[in-house]
Write a protein that binds this ligand. Structure first.
Ligand SMILES: Nc1ncnc2c1ncn2[C@@H]1O[C@H](COP(=O)(O)OP(=O)(O)OP(=O)(O)O)[C@@H](O)[C@H]1O
Ligand SMILES: [Mg+2]
Length: 260
């Protein structure tokens, strides 16, 4: 049984073809990076997978059920972490249980003990248990993004979708956040899709890579297959020099280029 099936998905906005007949299947537990230049369709794909957007054609099946309305087991994390600055890390994380508790209960934090424990466990997963009572606005961008991840984890997802979760972060914080995402995925056995601009970060953390260009899937493969030629196919004429690191080197801001 495949965890996720994307079958012939096309999405148009007027004359714009944002996704053009995209298909792939992903087994449970894979950590997938979605690559592509701005406008290639990454966000549209993730929004279709989370049922925030309805495909014009084709369908998405998660756990053998068509994805027609948002489901709590499919959690989405955004670039703007959408957390509330005046609330503590803990309260922000706990608000992820809104699906179960309902809006009123969430506002007054009347969630049951199980949900409160889950919020603390989720903060622990992202390394913020000690900061649980800190106001989110007093945290760094990377920490705030980790609070956003914790909030998604409180939903008890089996699928995690993250749209450019590290785009606004400096390289060090970006890697921190990616490390925690990877840790959460391993610890909780999540199937994870992350759209990323930075090829070197994708390469370091991704297991499988789906490349989009003009809405079409132009690459789908595992780390060994993500060669310079594959990157060229995804990014076209854009100069990808320096976006690439050897799999065994640390992308510490001074990437080494892979030989052709
Ligand atoms: N709601 C919308 N209405 C009209 N056009 C849209 C809408 N959403 C996306 N598009 C168009 O669809 C195409 C794909 O957009 P999408 O946001 O999926 O790309 P992306 O790869 O996420 O880009 P970026 O890296 O800039 O976030 C673009 O041409 C975009 O302008
Ligand atoms: Mg986008």
């Amino acid at each position: 049984m495949k965890k996720i099936v994307v079958d012939g998905v096309t999405k148009t906005f007027g004359d714009t073809v944002a996704l053009d007949n995209v298909s792939f299947e992903v087994p449970a537990g894979e950590f997938v990076a979605i690559l592509g230049v701005s406008g290639s369709g990454k966000s549209t794909l993730l929004r279709c997978m989370s049922a925030l957007t309805e495909p014009t054609e084709g369908e998405i099946i998660i756990d053998e059920e068509p994805m027609v309305t948002p489901r709590p087991e499919v959690a989405m994390i955004f670039q703007q972490h959408n957390i509330i600055g005046d609330m503590t890390a803990y309260s922000n994380a706990l608000s992820g249980a809104i699906h179960e508790a309902g809006l009123v209960e969430s506002i007054f934090q009347l969630q049951d003990r199980d949900e409160k424990e889950r919020a603390l466990e989720a903060l622990d997963t992202v390394g913020l248990l000690d900061e649980a009572q800190k106001k989110a606005r007093r945290m760094s961008g990377g920490q705030q993004q980790r609070v956003g991840i914790a909030r998604a984890l409180v939903q008890r997802p089996t699928v995690l979708l993250a749209d450019e979760p590290v785009a606004s972060l400096d390289p060090g914080s970006a890697q921190d956040v990616m490390r925690y995402l990877q840790h959460a995925a391993e610890q909780r056995d999540l199937t994870t899709f992350i759209s990323l601009h930075q090829v070197n970060i994708a390469r370091k953390f991704g297991q499988r890579f789906i490349g989009l260009r003009d809405g079409q899937k132009v690459f789908d493969g595992y780390r060994d297959e993500l060669t310079i030629d594959a990157v060229d196919k995804i990014y076209g004429d854009i100069d990808t020099e320096g976006m690439f690191v050897r799999p065994d080197s640390e992308p510490d801001g001074s990437p080494t280029e892979v030989a052709r």
